[in-house]
Design a protein around this ligand. Structure first.
Ligand SMILES: Cc1cc2nc3c(=O)[nH]c(=O)nc-3n(C[C@H](O)[C@H](O)[C@H](O)COP(=O)(O)OP(=O)(O)OC[C@H]3O[C@@H](n4cnc5c(N)ncnc54)[C@H](O)[C@@H]3O)c2cc1C
Length: 496
């Protein structure tokens, strides 16, 4: 078995870009394929042909991960890398008036469900303590923390909110390590970095959209197929020693037309290109809404600026009089365009549809797939209700303001919220590698994720990455994380 030298990466989102750069740094010839014309649309989330989770104005950066100290450490490694990349781009923390920073250290206020600390919060604080970072966290009710926050200039971001129908206020913890990343800008930047390093990009609905993988029987492992390249929608076959699937399990990307030949014709979607992924991943949707602040409204413009307003998250708990759950919700400071984005992830929606025949894992013959883009602008009622509650408590100025935009944005959830980054064992000669399963928290890792993934790509079980055991192919892992619910479950919008 020879080590692969040329690698075709499918997907130029965060996972694909990050790995492509890291593989190029290890001297592989790397070609990246994406159906979006990113070199022209610059990952603009409002462009017609853009539907990737990675293309967004902003995503939260946090190192707070409860008990999962390995992700806490990875986030801190990534934080250093964001800062260094921003420095290389000539932007420092002080000059964000130009809005060019990719990582913005606005801080994040973790608002608790009640007037005291929740269990997860205590775990996060304990792990921060363990890594010598407790000083970066400020508990609202702790006088010593507040004094330290004052000295360090963070106190104004420890905001106080009254619990409805009560005399108490919500407990909260300000995390001065956190903030957000300008996701689309970051992708556009790293795409150029990749080009400069010699990564080749094939972009667009014909040249870049992958139709299927090209397989042959392996001589070395005769019971298995070996992938020797891929075919794009324009009919061109691209040879590669290994193919990386770095995208979501959308209905298009993983379907191959014919189960009977090794080089498929486009047309019938009867078998998946990577059928094994149907067990490991599920497409589900988060609900996003934005309000727009006009620059002439200087009071709101300033109040919600990253300089004055932190990212805020609020954990789910039943709290209104009818006991309804308003879910887990977050809001980010306004963008340079004046957009204040609110995300509801209390319920991640599924859309179950009949799965193609021969899909090895289905639930009642169905699987969840993203809705077509044109059906993603309406939010389900429970999401609207939850956002409304959130706004009335935490963003009162917007209580009667109509949304500027609403959107369902599709996650690729794994069995346990950890990514799936490994060779696919059913293919011979390490010819297929997956780098996916972002599960709603992958964006913050863009600058470093690929380095760990490339090490796993090269060394498998001998990889020195501390993430190896968490990201491995795990066919025996139980289906949890909501993936067990299936069609007709409480999150399934297609059966409502
Ligand atoms: C609502 C929501 C909120 C989130 N919030 C956060 C957050 O606050 N913080 C954080 O760190 N992370 C967050 N995430 C997670 C983060 O966005 C993802 O982990 C990350 O974007 C996943 O990147 P990806 O490259 O795997 O997938 P994607 O961004 O989906 O990229 C996949 C790419 O594959 C391409 N593609 C699809 N089909 C084909 C084909 N046939 N041929 C070629 N290319 C194809 C697509 O065009 C796309 O560019 C959030 C995700 C969602 C959905």
């Amino acid at each position: 078995m020879t080590d692969p030298k040329s690698v075709a990466v499918i997907g130029a989102g965060i996972f694909g870009l990050s790995l492509a750069i890291a593989l190029r740094d290890r001297n592989y010839e790397v070609a990246v394929f994406d159906r979006s014309q990113y070199d022209e649309n610059g990952y603009d989330p409002t462009a017609d042909d853009v539907q990737a989770a990675s293309a967004d104005h902003n995503k939260i950066f946090r190192a707070s991960y409860g008990k999962e100290i390995h992700y806490q450490r990875l986030a801190l490694e990534s934080r250093r890398a964001w800062a260094s990349e921003d420095e290389k781009r000539g932007s420092t923390e002080q000059d964000d008036g130009r809005d060019v920073r990719l990582f913005v250290n606005s801080g994040m206020l973790r608002i608790q469900p009640f007037d005291h600390l929740a269990a997860l919060e205590k775990e996060t604080l304990a792990n921060m303590e363990r890594d010598g970072l407790r000083d970066t966290q400020f508990v609202k009710s702790d006088p010593a923390d507040c004094e330290r926050a004052d000295k360090l200039g963070w106190k104004d971001k420890i905001l106080n909110f009254r619990i409805p129908d009560s005399e108490s206020t919500y407990e909260a913890v300000l995390d001065s390590l956190a903030g957000f990343v300008r996701c689309s800008n970051a992708c556009a930047h790293y795409q150029k970095v990749a080009v400069d390093k010699g990564v080749k990009f094939h972009l667009g609905p014909q040249e870049g959209a992958v139709d299927h993988l090209v397989k042959v029987k392996s001589n070395l492992e005769p019971s298995k197929d070996k992938v020797i390249g891929l075919k794009t929608k324009d009919g061109v076959v691209h040879d590669a020693d290994a193919v990386v699937v770095a995208g979501k399990s959308s209905r298009e990307i993983f379907l191959s037309p014919s189960p009977f030949t090794h080089d498929f014709e486009a047309g019938s979607f009867s078998t998946q290109i990577l059928p094994e992924l149907s067990y490991h991943l599920e497409s589900s949707a988060g609900s996003l809404g934005t309000f727009k602040i006009d620059k002439s409204n200087t009071q709101l413009w300033d109040k919600y600026s990253p300089e004055r307003f932190p990212v805020m998250t609020w954990k789910s708990t039943p709290r209104d009089t009818s006991g309804k759950d308003t879910g887990s919700i977050y809001v980010l400071p306004r963008t340079p365009e004046g957009l204040v984005k609110i995300g509801y992830r209390g319920i991640k929606w599924t859309n179950f549809q009949p799965a193609p025949q021969d899909t090895p894992f289905t639930q009642d013959g169905q699987w969840s797939v993203p809705l077509p883009a044109e059906e993603c602008s309406l939010l389900p009622e429970p999401a609207l209700y939850a956002i409304k509650q959130f706004v009335s408590i935490f963003l009162p100025e917007f209580e009667n303001t109509p949304f500027f935009s609403t959107k369902l944005c599709w996650y690729t959830d794994s069995l346990d919220n950890s990514f799936v980054i490994d060779h696919v064992p059913t293919y011979a000669e390490k010819s297929v590698f997956v780098c996916t399963g972002g599960s709603g928290h992958g964006a913050k890792f863009l600058p470093v994720l690929g380095k760990h993934a490339a090490d796993i790509f090269e060394h498998g079980d001998k990889s020195s990455s501390p993430m190896r055991s968490f990201w491995r192919w795990r066919p025996d892992a139980p289906r949890r994380n909501g993936l067990e619910e299936g069609p007709g479950g409480p999150r399934d919008i297609s059966h409502k």
